[in-house]
Design a protein. Structure first.
Length: 280
């Protein structure tokens, strides 16, 4: 029995606590527990003011777009599936599959952030809901904005983990890998940001009745940046020999997966208490 347990623990290649849980995973659980209490306070605050709105407060149903939020929720749930596939791939030492799963998770996370940016912008300019002009705006933007910040941090962490998987097995023999890695991170961030703002601008123009030609004329900088960043990413992702990343790093990907799944679960709660309750 003890030899089997030892083999299981060694599979994670990480020092464990007396509970048998790897140190990194236990640290992540502790952080998520504290973050759970933090989000619990924000959600409770929103619910209290929802039950006792001040006179003249705007009605959430007149502001929210349940269709857009439902779409972004579905996208975030799909990102959890891809994150689980990434963890499963690295546990089987399938580096290529893990990379594709991480990139897909980044892609879905960026779509969610883009929907949230579009939603916030629409609420401010079209619905006149700001963080200071009503208690609904204060609790709504604080809660959903904090969650969006967590998603953005998670996307950046995913990008770093993806680039880290290209670290050469012998870094001293390839002294340029560190700077190449920084450039790789910047290129992926460029792809995410250029694509996000280009799509948001396209949505605005289409809703305003403009043509696709107008979109290309007004967003050529974003499109050029997207093409250049994508080409740079493809160039930097070319194989350069053995890498120092594999099944031994499974615990790192698992810890990141715990964080990502937690963020998704929190959003399900937020989606239910902030949006769905208004339509029940």
């Amino acid at each position: 029995m003890s030899s089997t347990a030892a083999t299981t623990i060694d599979h994670h290649h990480d020092h464990t606590t007396t509970t048998g849980i790897p140190n990194k995973k236990l640290l992540m659980w502790a952080f998520l527990a504290s973050d759970c209490m933090f989000f619990g306070c924000l959600i409770a605050t929103h619910l209290i003011y929802r039950l006792h709105p001040p006179p003249g407060a705007p009605h959430p149903k007149d502001i929210f777009s349940i269709e857009l939020t439902s779409f972004s929720t579905f996208i975030l749930l799909m990102s959890s599936l891809m994150m689980a596939l990434a963890v499963n791939a690295i546990q089987k030492n399938n580096l290529k599959s893990m990379r594709w799963s991480l990139l897909t998770t980044v892609f879905f996370g960026a779509i969610f952030l883009g929907c949230q940016v579009y939603e916030f912008e629409h609420f401010v300019h079209a619905k006149n809901l700001t963080i200071t002009n009503s208690i609904l705006g204060t609790t709504f933007y604080t809660l959903t904005g904090t969650h969006g910040t967590h998603v953005a941090i998670g996307v950046f962490w995913l990008i770093i983990m993806y680039v880290r998987s290209f670290q050469p097995a012998t870094p001293r023999a390839d002294r340029g890998w560190f700077w190449r890695g920084l450039l790789h991170i910047a290129a992926i961030c460029g792809v995410v940001l250029f694509a996000m703002f280009a799509v948001i601008n396209l949505a605005h123009l289409l809703l305003a009745g403009e043509t696709v030609g107008t979109f290309f004329a007004q967003n050529y900088v974003h499109l050029i940046g997207l093409v250049v960043s994508t080409g740079l990413c493809l160039q930097l992702a070319r194989p350069r020999g053995p890498v120092a990343f594999g099944e031994a790093n499974a615990i790192d990907v698992e810890s990141m997966g715990l964080y990502w799944h937690f963020v998704d679960i929190v959003w399900i709660v937020i989606f239910t208490v902030v949006y769905l309750l208004e339509y029940l």
